[in-house]
Design a protein around this ligand. Sequence first.
Ligand SMILES: NC(=O)c1ccc[n+]([C@@H]2O[C@H](COP(=O)([O-])OP(=O)(O)OC[C@H]3O[C@@H](n4cnc5c(N)ncnc54)[C@H](O)[C@@H]3O)[C@@H](O)[C@H]2O)c1
Length: 431
Amino acid sequence: MDICVIGAGHVGLVTAACFAELGNQVICIDSNKARIADIKQSIMPFYEPGMKEMVVKNVQKKRLSFTASLKDAVRKSLVIFIAVGTPPKENGEADLTSIERVAQDIARYMPSYRLVVEKSTVPVETGKWVEHTIKVNVSGKKKFDVASNPEFLSEGSAIDDFMRPDRVVLGVESKRAEDLLVELYKPLNCPIVVTDIKSAEIIKHASNSFLACKISFINAIANICDRVGADVEKVAKGVGADRRIAYKFLHAGCGYGGFCFPKDVDAFIRIAEKKGYDFHLLKAVREINEEQKELIVKKIESVLWNLKGKTIGILGLSFKPGTDDMRFAPSIDIIDRLQTSGTKIRAFDPQAMPEAKKIFGKGIKFCKDVYEVAKGSDCLAVITEWNEFKELDFKRLKKLLKQPIIIDGRNIYDPNKIKKLGFTYVGIGRS
Ligand SMILES: NC(=O)c1ccc[n+]([C@@H]2O[C@H](COP(=O)([O-])OP(=O)(O)OC[C@H]3O[C@@H](n4cnc5c(N)ncnc54)[C@H](O)[C@@H]3O)[C@@H](O)[C@H]2O)c1
């Protein structure tokens, strides 16, 4: 099938590469010309395991191409995926100006029937607005369909998530749109949930909000564990062993971040508000998440006494392991709070340091590895649970640190093992 993907970001680039891998003819476009020029030179705009290889292979096989010309791409493609960013506005609402601009351009350039698919995460009723926008901008009586096909991939495992999804959700309002999308996804051999467009849009916001809910729930439980001396990891295992609940996303830590959960929770709260419903459950989810970031600072303070003049060694900056994405990473707020309290920061991240340098500039000392971070630091704080941090030379770390203290913001270590090595161990919901 001839398809085009608008937006060469975390979702668009993976979608384009995977559809090409499945044998389709794919054009990927982005308004950022420098990004397109880089990709053409095999320079990927971000780190995602396996993506570069898949892009290069499909470009060589001539199934995948990149352009900055929407006109060309729309003319040549039957199915058009919109995967542009939908960043949050000041008030938490999703900024949909890119979606509108793209819809206007598609209308102008489409020579005949096109299926326009929302891949970006958008608030419910966006489909209606996309349809309206195309209608008022299209010349003549060219037919088109709008569909919603939300994406559920996670950065760090994006290719696998796309190729082996738990389900594909298709929000459609015509048989033609349904047939085209079912055909496109058939090779994945996975369950397909077909709904109307509005329900599909809500499925995406509801899914992300539910996952955020699970994280805040276990963080709240961790706070109780902290107060009574229980172990939240054991609690999570016991609770998560129930298949109705499931263990995934029951990991206590210093809060969720990234380009999806914070903005999607905010956007869902705003949509509910606009429609006259106070989504207090989600407001509490957001509040607990904010508190977790403050909590880690308090925990550091509890073992270092005054923060002013101390040096904190930060392990992990990206919002999660497996990515260099720093968008809404908890590390940003945590480091900001620590710096406001007068601490110096030494930090290391296996992938995200170039991105982090754009945010922190010279304000923090970027180190070449964990051991350089430890040198002269008053404690080590794990903020992102990279595998690289799980097995370390603790004897060496103990010699390098000013004080042998580990703040395990992601509960990646066995507290007893760390304590036996002579460290003070502070976890989240366990000690
Ligand atoms: N990142 C994720 O893990 C993830 C997962 C599922 C869904 N989503 C959703 O997918 C959407 C895209 O997210 P992302 O992480 O890929 O964003 P991103 O910022 O990585 O990429 C967006 C891309 O769109 C391009 N763009 C913006 N306006 C454009 C326009 N008018 N024409 C052409 N290109 C344009 C940008 O230059 C950028 O390259 C968002 O709605 C997001 O919520 C993201």
